[in-house]
Design a protein around this ligand. Structure first.
Ligand code: 3PG
Length: 213
């Protein structure tokens, strides 16, 4: 299940985690990310602008992989899908949300940080999950320990991933891609200039490609 999305994720390397208050920022942010070769965005449902932002990104760049993050309810899944979200990310594991995504045929990455949670996700057929918050839950050490019994499972860590440590994450076979906010912090484009986003995203992609070899 979701093999072609997992392949895409592996190629994306980094999924920027976007929190937008104003959907007018979505298209120029997408322009900056795409120009840097960062061809996806996880737009979080932490703000009311999330669905409109996904819609704006899809309109500006139909080939961009725009998904929804911080999805906590089945209603938000439906709202994200109506806006054109290609994938769903959740901070934790909620069987109802995951099952709804599977029924609707949309790839879902729920957060799993314990053997019980990974086991629950695998029982529903998922072989890739998010690992959040990665730094607080032990990063690569915990991920390697979880992947020992759950053979073939892979993670997308977010939470504390940075330009400095993304190489060590992506160097591990247990990691499919990483996520983070550092290149898309709203303060970086508060004045309407998205060039710093483009620079940081390009730097991050260069580091990610170097790590994967
Ligand atoms: C997430 O929602 O995945 C995290 O907020 C990303 O964490 P970061 O801000 O440490 O990158």
């Amino acid at each position: 299940m979701f093999e072609s999305f997992y392949q895409t994720l592996e190629e994306l390397l980094i999924v920027p985690v976007v929190v937008l208050d104003d959907e007018a920022d979505a298209a120029p942010l997408a322009d900056a990310l795409m120009a840097a070769g960062m061809r996806s965005a996880e737009v979080t449902f932490r703000t009311a602008a999330a669905a409109g932002s996904i819609r704006a990104m899809r309109a500006a760049h139909p080939d961009m992989h725009a998904g929804a993050g911080t999805v906590l309810t089945v209603e938000q899944v439906d709202e994200a899908l109506a806006a054109g979200a290609e994938f769903i990310v959740a901070p934790g594991f909620d069987a109802e949300v995951v099952s709804h995504c599977i029924e609707r045929g949309v790839p879902v990455l729920p957060g799993t940080v314990t053997p019980t949670e990974v086991g629950s996700a695998r029982k529903l057929g998922l072989t890739v999950t998010k690992f959040f918050p990665a730094a607080q839950y032990g990063g690569l050490g915990t991920i390697a320990a979880l992947c020992a019994p759950f053979v073939g499972h892979r993670f997308m860590p977010t939470g504390g991933v940075s330009k400095e440590n993304l190489g060590s994450y992506l160097g591990s076979p247990d990691i499919i891609a990483v996520g983070g906010t550092w290149m898309v912090k709203p303060a970086l484009f508060a004045g309407g200039d998205f060039s710093r986003v483009c620079e940081l995203a390009a730097e991050a992609m260069a580091a990610a490609r170097a790590a994967r070899g």
